[in-house]
Design a protein around this ligand. Structure first.
Ligand SMILES: [Zn+2]
Length: 217
């Protein structure tokens, strides 16, 4: 879990936006640009997918990324690979130290299975993803739909694998102000759901905003 701080200054960012808890975000990141995600209040889960903007059939692949780095967890130095085996982004700075590749995005179905039948109708990341895509009429995102919602990254989320091979959702290891930075190795479309989940200790049962900054190459 290498901790690497960024040399970039927020005052020089060309984009700076605070994304409210439970809201989605779509953004076209250009090759060479750097995106920083700041966990403003700590223990927030930021469910994230990446697609190659020129042809979004090529997208982030958890399987290829895990295999390439021989590690389930992401941190500074991790290269986020596509389903065609190409590097899409590199994690260039990280003050949290661990990000999840396995937990997936919460959905009506997982709310039911993990928590209770009456949690089915609560707001979920999958709903946020679909909502963002449904309202997008241009760029790569307009081509994306339900079938493109593959296994995502959960930035700042702590999902350790037990010795028996099971997953546990633990209290987050992130804290207020911790951040992760990715540099785009190609033009990539970023789809985020700032997780609205109210039933999970990963975010302290309390979804909170994140800050998103982008620097030019
Ligand atoms: Zn979620």
């Amino acid at each position: 879990m290498p901790i690497i701080e960024s040399a970039l200054d927020a005052r020089h960012a060309h984009y700076d936006f605070t994304l409210a808890a439970g809201e989605p975000w779509l953004y076209d990141l250009k090759r060479g640009q750097t995106l920083r995600i700041v966990d403003l209040e700590g223990n927030q889960a930021v469910d994230t997918l990446f697609y190659r903007s020129a042809d979004p059939v090529e997208r982030y692949s958890a399987q290829d990324t895990i295999r390439a780095q021989r590690n389930l967890y992401l941190s500074a130095g991790s290269v986020l690979m596509s389903n065609l085996g190409n590097p899409l982004l590199t994690i260039v700075a990280d003050t949290c130290g661990r990000h999840d590749t396995l937990g997936g995005a919460c959905a009506a179905e997982s709310n039911t299975v993990r928590y209770a039948l009456d949690k089915r109708h609560m707001h979920s990341c999958r709903d946020s993803y679909l909502n963002a895509l449904a309202h997008c009429t241009c760029g790569a995102a307009a081509l994306l739909g339900k079938r493109d919602l593959v296994s995502n990254i959960n930035f700042f989320m702590n999902v350790p694998v037990t010795p028996l091979g099971k997953l546990t959702f633990e209290d987050g290891i992130s804290a207020p102000g911790k951040y992760v930075e990715v540099r785009a190795e190609d033009d990539v479309t970023v789809l985020i759901s700032n997780c609205p989940q109210l039933n999970n200790p990963c975010n302290g049962y309390n979804p909170t905003p994140v800050r998103l900054l982008v620097w030019e190459a």
